[in-house]
Design a protein around this ligand. Structure first.
Ligand code: CP
Length: 320
């Protein structure tokens, strides 16, 4: 199946075969990357290409990993910082994107606070767009790297009980993970304060809605903790961060209720001591830094498929 020149805006419409294709390519590239000892990476499928990172919201992991991924595959990378661009003079998102496209880049990676911004741009631009997170809509590459990390740790996502804990209502990570994990056959439940649950959580396809963390994690193979996103709430949706931590935080005490062999994930950035304690985040159940490492690999795989979708990872395919 070819994946040439296609945008990735949301996971909701990705089928099992397409997701499997990304994971397979990621596995090939990870092996190649780990085994590479030479001076030039042997799979420069983006050589001569230009990737533009346009991030209207702060990012450490996503922006850096897109840049590293593109460079590893041989691309040039332009990072446009909106706060130092003509956006500050009133230029619109559409005009900014149209002007960037006029400079002949090959791919736009967009993070924006408005849900739907990448979709709207995909209607007016000719180049592919990857959604690097839009409002509380979706964060598709995060869900793909999470799935890749789960399958590395547990073999397959099929049949696993996955519990997503925290601010489900404001989380693009939760939404993309629910869609992706369900497509791959996992049973996904959510847990958190009632005020942070979307009104129609069940319509997203979740199996159970828990409000008690210990009950929720007791049967989970994967526990995905989410950051409390105070910046996306009009007002605090729970009495205090202390109360949040007491009832829904994963710490040395609550982690005792975990099943043997369970894994703990977090997309980052962490609010240490709020949704997760430092000792749990760096403890034996945690695969959080594996997620970060796999973030580069998954973004390599996706960009590789966009520009080199029909062939196998391993050869040096230059822009022709
Ligand atoms: N997981 C994630 O999106 O992290 P950043 O905001 O640092 O990119």
């Amino acid at each position: 199946m070819a994946w040439l020149n296609r945008s990735l805006i949301e996971t909701r419409k990705l089928g099992e075969q397409e997701i499997r294709q990304v994971l397979k390519r990621a596995g090939e590239l990870k092996k190649l990357w780990r085994g590479w000892r030479g001076t030039e990476f042997p799979h420069l499928s983006l050589r001569g290409r230009t990737v533009v990172n346009l991030f209207f919201e702060a990012s450490t992991r996503t922006r850096s990993s897109f840049e590293l991924a593109a460079r590893r595959l041989g691309a040039h990378v332009l990072n446009l910082h909106p706060e130092a661009s003509s956006v500050t003079k009133g230029e619109t998102l559409f005009d900014t994107a149209r002007n960037l496209e006029a400079m002949d880049p090959d791919l736009l990676v967009l993070r924006h606070a408005s849900a739907g911004a990448p979709y709207q741009l995909s209607k007016i631009l000719k180049i592919p767009i990857i959604n690097a997170g839009d409002g509380f809509h979706e964060h598709p590459t995060q869900a793909l790297l999470d799935l890749f990390t789960i399958e590395e740790a547990k073999g397959s996502a099929k049949g696993l009980n996955v519990l997503i804990v925290g601010d489900i209502a404001h989380s693009r990570v939760a939404r993309s993970n629910i869609y992706t994990l369900r497509t791959m056959g996992a049973r996904v439940s959510v847990c958190g304060p009632p005020s942070l649950m979307p009104p129609l959580a069940r319509e997203l396809g979740v199996a159970e809605v828990f409000h008690d963390l210990r009950k929720g994690i007791a049967d989970a193979d994967v526990v995905m903790m989410l950051r409390v996103q105070l910046e996306r709430q009009n007002q605090m949706q729970f009495p205090s961060l202390g109360e949040y931590s007491r009832f829904w935080g994963l710490n040395a005490d609550t982690v005792q209720s975990l099943k043997k062999g369970a894994i703990i994930m977090h997309p980052g950035p962490l609010n240490e001591g709020v949704e997760i304690s430092q000792e749990v985040a760096s403890g034996p159940y945690s695969v959080i830094l594996n997620q970060v490492n796999n973030g580069v690999i998954i973004r390599m795989a996706l960009m590789d498929l966009i520009f080199d979708g029909g062939s196998k990872a391993g050869g040096d395919r230059r822009r022709g």
